[in-house]
Design a protein around this ligand. Structure first.
Ligand code: SF4
Ligand code: SF4
Length: 399
């Protein structure tokens, strides 16, 4: 590298944010990469010190620096643990943005552009689905789920709330959206679905440092979800970024948009009385809840998932203090060995819980854990099945 960044002139991090870390190390036990490596360079404190060396002291961006930054899952588990309120996520996003400007040939630059084009993404997904069936793709090694050849068509049922459908989740896991939509409709509201302009929220681009691309996707998404209806999101990673558009775009309109965004469980938990109750004849499932980092650490809205499920099932908590599972958007594909080591700790916590099924409100987590042989479902997929059973039995009783 022969640029400003390579010569260590600036990463573009807010100097006050960079100075706010007091190197106490209280975040270290909450960092999944530190937990599996035990190495300072793989800890939040080590990463912040490396950023300081480059930005404040002009150190060169070398391979050690790149490894330290690229190995971060961007789970932000370090933020709630930090007594000084260090905004690690925004510093890492600034660093990734500075680095990607230098990586002229970076597949992420091109690859993430596909996410904003729904038709192209659906076409490529179908090609991938065929290739999977012909065993031409090492799906497990790449961290891919089984991609359906045919997707069910979702139809709007009203305009009381929007359901954000996004990119990869819509192309690979649309059946989850269908379940979420049915559960939301059971409360008596009509669900609007956005057009192709809301094809991607920009989360993956933002985490990869493609800030301009993320902003362009955000502007399109805002235009496609017009009006004042609440915007319900069933993917924790998307919800975290949609709630942060005010900061990303920096306008009053973007801030007002973000205020309308809710994780679907946050919305549903205040309407549980509108759903049918569990009958005596219904089996109580035993479910372990895995909190996605972007729901627990970023949105800080993980409790409603437990409250929603607890009305219909026995929910067991994991004893790992919300440690990341290692999915991290594209992280599992980019850093497969670290992602697998991090996941192993999560699998041990799930096994200790004794639950046979895991609920997780983020597509990346469900894919990553399912690839290790776990039965993982979106919480509202589980609830959709329970509600169907309750309603079927009620209609049989009437007959
Ligand atoms: S990020 Fe916060 S918790 Fe971690 S070392 Fe710095 S001040 Fe301490
Ligand atoms: S974001 Fe996650 S992986 Fe990165 S330093 Fe913080 S806790 Fe560690």
């Amino acid at each position: 590298m022969t640029s400003d960044v390579a010569e260590g002139r600036s990463l573009g991090i807010n100097p006050e944010e960079l100075a706010s870390c007091v190197s106490c190390g209280l975040c270290l036990p909450h960092c999944p990469t530190f937990r599996v490596t035990g190495e300072e360079w793989a800890s939040p404190r080590g990463r912040i010190n490396a950023m300081r060396l480059v930005q404040d002291q002009g150190a060169a961006v070398d391979q050690a620096f790149l490894s330290s930054m690229d190995s971060c899952v961007q789970c932000r588990g370090c933020e709630p643990a930090c007594p000084s309120g260090v905004s690690f996520g925004s510093m890492m996003e600034a660093t990734q943005a500075a680095l990607i400007r230098q990586r002229r040939v970076d597949w992420r630059r091109r690859g993430f552009r596909v996410l904003g084009h729904r038709r192209l993404l659906n076409l490529l997904s179908r090609v991938l689905a065929v290739a999977q069936r012909l065993r031409l793709v090492p799906s497990k090694r790449l961290g891919l789920p089984g991609i359906p050849l045919v997707q069910e068509r979702l139809r709007a049922s009203g305009d009381d709330v929007w359901l954000f459908t996004g990119c990869v989740m819509d192309a690979w896991q649309r059946s989850t959206h269908a379940s979420v939509k049915r559960v939301v409709e059971t409360t008596g509201v009509g669900v609007a679905l956005p057009g192709a302009d809301a094809a991607c929220c920009g989360a993956l681009s933002l985490h990869a440092g493609l800030e301009d691309h993320a902003r362009a996707l955000a502007a399109r998404t805002m235009g496609a979800l017009a009006g004042s209806a609440p915007i319900l999101v069933d993917s924790a990673g998307c919800g975290a970024v949609l709630k942060d558009y005010g900061k990303l775009i920096g306008t009053a309109e973007a801030e007002a948009f973000s205020q309308r965004v809710m994780d679907v469980h946050e919305w549903l938990v205040t309407r549980l009385h509108m759903l049918p109750s569990l009958g005596e004849q219904n089996q109580e499932a035993i479910i372990a809840v895995h909190d996605p980092c972007h729901l627990r650490h970023v949105q800080r809205a993980h409790q409603p998932v437990v409250e929603v499920l607890a009305r219909y099932a026995t929910v067991v908590a994991l004893d790992d203090d919300g440690l990341c599972c290692g999915a991290g958007g594209a992280y599992a594909a980019m850093q497969p060995e670290l992602a697998a080591s991090i996941r192993e700790r999560k699998l041990e916590a799930i096994r200790r819980s004794g639950a046979g099924i895991v609920a997780s409100a983020n597509p990346g987590c469900t894919i990553h854990l399912a690839n290790a042989g776990m039965t993982v479902r979106h919480p509202l997929e589980i609830l959709d099945e329970i509600l169907e059973e309750i309603l079927d039995e009620a209609s049989e009783d009437v007959r």
